[in-house]
Ligand binder design. Sequence first.
Ligand SMILES: Nc1ncnc2c1ncn2[C@@H]1O[C@H](COP(=O)(O)OP(=O)(O)OP(=O)(O)O)[C@@H](O)[C@H]1O
Ligand SMILES: [Mg+2]
Length: 425
Amino acid sequence: MAEEPPKLSDFDDRFEDPPKDPLFHLDDDDPDRAKIFARKELLKVGHVPESARIVGRDEEIEAVAAELRPIVRGDPPNNVMIYGKTGTGKSLVARHVTERAGRAAESNGVSVGAVYVDCAQHNTQTRVARTVTRSLNETDRTNFDIPRAGIGSGEYYDYLWEILNAVYDSVIIILDEVDRLDDDDILMQLSRARESGKADCHLGVIAVSNKIEYRNRLNERVKSSLREEEFVFQPYDANQLREIMEHRRDAFYEGVLSGDVIPLTAAVAAQEHGDARKAIEILRHAGELAERDNVETVTDDHVRDAQEWAEVDRFEELLRGSTTQVKFILYSLALLTKENPRTDAFSTSLIYDRYKEIAQRIDASVLSEHRVYELLKEQAFLGVVESTRTGGGRGQGSYLEHRLVQDTGIVLKSVLRDSRLEDIA
Ligand SMILES: Nc1ncnc2c1ncn2[C@@H]1O[C@H](COP(=O)(O)OP(=O)(O)OP(=O)(O)O)[C@@H](O)[C@H]1O
Ligand SMILES: [Mg+2]
């Protein structure tokens, strides 16, 4: 005889008051914890702010919009290229303007499709073509599905032209981080679609890159067929960064941010790079530090600690992929710098002596002086170290001197995160 299947009610008591697992205890449950964040998601990296929170980019928004405006009338848009350093609002502006252009056109009876492609993730022509095609396809209009695999870029393009003809008057394609594409043929294909008679829908490309030199790398044929308008976004100044953060102040409970926190964060972020992402990250981290200290307000000290954390992080990023030996060398140079208040540049041989001593102390293999010299030059190429040739005195040949570009404290902190060096610190 078959057993009765258990009824949901049989389990009910289990769900009534589940005991809390202390391992997953949330601080917010604790009535004694200081309350810092009201809407932390506003400070998350992937957060796309609504229009009222976008500040300091009015001119850029207007300029990009002007290139897309023709689609509202059913005319072809211009292609756009946006350059600028990291965190200057390029991706944000590209998405924001595209969305608004789409809405304005739709309300004018023009059907617009839009796709955002992160070329850092989809870095081959086939991947981009697939993403664009699959996200624009509307099966009930085209009566076909696009295969996920098994076809090449050429076939995806064939589908794409069909979709463009069947479904849209205009399409805007954002190719973010376009310099990460391994091939610029896709730009050709898209910009020539109409003139080559493949699609009779208007197609606009917004290409975004934080590598200003990308344009010079572009093939002449691509350039002449793109005929794009170029915009360069400048880093934000302290006032703009302050405004951007002020518009997200409600990420915190009222009264949590002490008076200077936002201006101070803006000032440090402006000095370093004018990068809005970094500014927001520092602000968030300052809040997390206050939370960790279980205090009611975020203070200047939290901001300074958060900034240092960001710098150590950035420096580690720079060192990622470097060997432990390189860290020994940088550690030696950092120690020399710390011990010698009068100078910050040291000859290869001085650094080498120090390095040898450290490597021996932790039983690591010791590289030759020539190898250390080569590694220092490599670090100079990466911008970690600055190497200059010094004239030496009478009768002495010239030699290289090396100094750390980054603050010694930051370098020490970040190389010491390497477990082998921890023991000797
Ligand atoms: N003008 C602005 N107003 C409000 N928030 C902004 C503004 N500019 C940038 N931000 C915020 O800063 C972060 C970085 O912006 P965005 O991603 O647009 O930078 P980006 O120029 O594309 O940088 P990258 O080259 O590194 O991709 C985002 O979280 C964005 O919301
Ligand atoms: Mg971006």
